[in-house]
Design a protein around this ligand. Structure first.
Ligand code: HEM
Length: 414
């Protein structure tokens, strides 16, 4: 290697700044990075409010970690103490009620933001090349979010915590050969009990930070390609972009404040509306609740689990419903990204969203009669959408010629 090449390799000498800023930046190039990847980062001019939900989800995650730290100061992870320590947080710790209600409701709002975020990815074709990895990291975070939320829900050690944990961990036993061994390893015992709550607490923390790590990868991969936008076409010139700051900063902040006002309304007026009252009864292994229902955001997947009459089949269907979504970038055969220009696929995606809500509804009902039939039809559509419609519609439909960003904005003004 020549000495010139060696100089080029040492990036630290090339800071564009002087003074203290230059001194820091030439050793730790964070300032340079922030300027390129945040302040000046070009984003398409045509982004609408759907593009604010990634940022909103990020704020929810930060809020969950901060409130989680304060809860962790007072929470005791043991079968004897967990329930009482949560009651103490609610009654004796200064603003403990606020921190706990905020943590519990932030989870729900995190899921709301993520569901809208996923819908946006599907509707505007953000999952398609070259953003496949952004989408795959997103789906991975979504699975970790579900695992983290499940583990967190067991911690207050109420009736629903206990029985929910019992039903869901029991699903592992359906896995042939190794299922029971995995279950025992997870619980540290043969039933959900003292060692389980300890392990769940550790894993709850661990997975929360794993999500933070994946957000970094999610955003790095996004910054390699830049954002998609409602037209699904890439910006043709600088004129079709704006800098991230101040344009997107202000827009995202606007959306986040509005979103958090709704959260505040729920938090201060109906803090328990998204939870289950049985969780205010201490866990009792001798008394089974009348209906064991998971939290609302699990219900669509719970419906899929129960739609299949066989335990192992249900578990496979439930997990593959999410994993299969990861194949969409390769199964969707259309050259056009955005549903704005796809006359048939648009309705398939909208039906997918409605189907998701229907599954959520039946997932909260007893697994009998019409509810089972509806959950079977819903499950069938879920897989039909991914494996049949995504490849087929690309061949069947004649998409409209997508507008450029400039033409799209002009057509909106007209
Ligand atoms: C922990 C949860 C998540 C966080 C914090 C997060 C954060 C973000 C942020 C900040 C952006 C850029 C702003 C935006 O386009 O909204 C983004 C983009 C994106 N996210 Fe997520 N995300 C999360 C989960 C997901 C999930 C579950 C999926 C899909 C299954 C996903 C798919 C995408 C895609 C495809 C983009 C690129 C969008 C585009 O350019 O059109 N994300 N995400």
């Amino acid at each position: 290697m020549s000495s010139n090449e060696l100089q080029g390799y040492k990036k630290t000498l090339n800071s564009p700044y002087t003074g203290i800023k230059g001194w820091i930046d030439s050793r730790l190039p964070l300032i340079r990075m922030m300027e390129a990847e945040y302040l000046k980062f070009p984003v398409p001019k045509s982004l609408n409010y759907f593009w604010s939900f990634g940022g909103i989800a990020m704020f929810c995650l930060i809020g969950l970690i901060l409130t989680g730290i304060f809860l962790g100061f007072h929470y005791k992870p043991s079968a004897d103490d967990a329930f009482d320590s949560v009651e103490r947080i609610m009654r004796d710790v200064s603003f403990g009620w606020l921190i706990r209600y905020l943590h519990a409701n932030l989870v729900s709002f995190f899921f709301i933001a993520t569901f809208v975020h996923i819908f946006r990815a599907l509707y505007f074709g953000s999952y398609k090349a070259p953003r496949e990895l952004v989408y795959i990291f997103g789906l991975t975070m979504f699975m970790l979010m579900m695992a983290t939320a499940f583990l967190g829900y067991t911690l207050p050690w109420g009736q629903m915590s206990y029985w929910g944990a019992t039903v869901i961990t029991n699903l592992f036993s359906a896995i042939p050969v190794v299922g029971d061994a995995i279950l025992t390893l997870l619980l540290g015992d043969f039933t959900v009990g003292d060692s389980a709550v300890n392990r769940f607490y550790v894993l709850h923390w661990l997975l929360a930070f794993a999500i933070v790590g994946l957000v970094v990868f999610h955003v790095i991969t996004l910054h390699m390609t830049g954002s998609n936008n409602p037209t699904g076409t890439e910006p043709q010139s600088w004129d079709e972009t704006v800098s991230f700051h101040p344009y997107v900063t202000i827009k995202d902040l606007n959306a986040t404040i509005f979103f958090f006002i709704i959260l505040a309304f729920i938090l201060f007026y109906y803090p328990n509306i998204l939870g289950h009252s049985d969780n205010y009864i201490k866990a009792n292994p001798m008394v089974t609740p009348a209906h064991i229902v998971p939290e609302w955001y699990f219900l669509p997947f719970y419906a899929i689990l129960r739609a299949i009459p066989d335990k192992l089949g249900g578990v496979i269907a439930m997990f593959s419903s999410i994993l299969a979504l990861g194949l969409l970038p390769w199964l969707d055969t259309s050259k056009v990204r955005s549903c704005l220009f796809r006359p048939i696929w648009r309705y398939c995606v909208l039906l997918f969203a409605v189907n998701f809500l229907v599954l959520m509804y039946v997932g909260g009902k007893p697994a009998e009669g019409l509810y089972v039939l509806i959950s079977r039809i819903g499950t069938a559509y879920w897989f039909l959408f991914i494996f049949v419609l995504a490849p087929l519609v690309g061949f069947l439909e004649t998409p409209r010629q997508p507008l450029t960003i400039t033409n799209y904005l002009q057509s909106k003004k007209a």
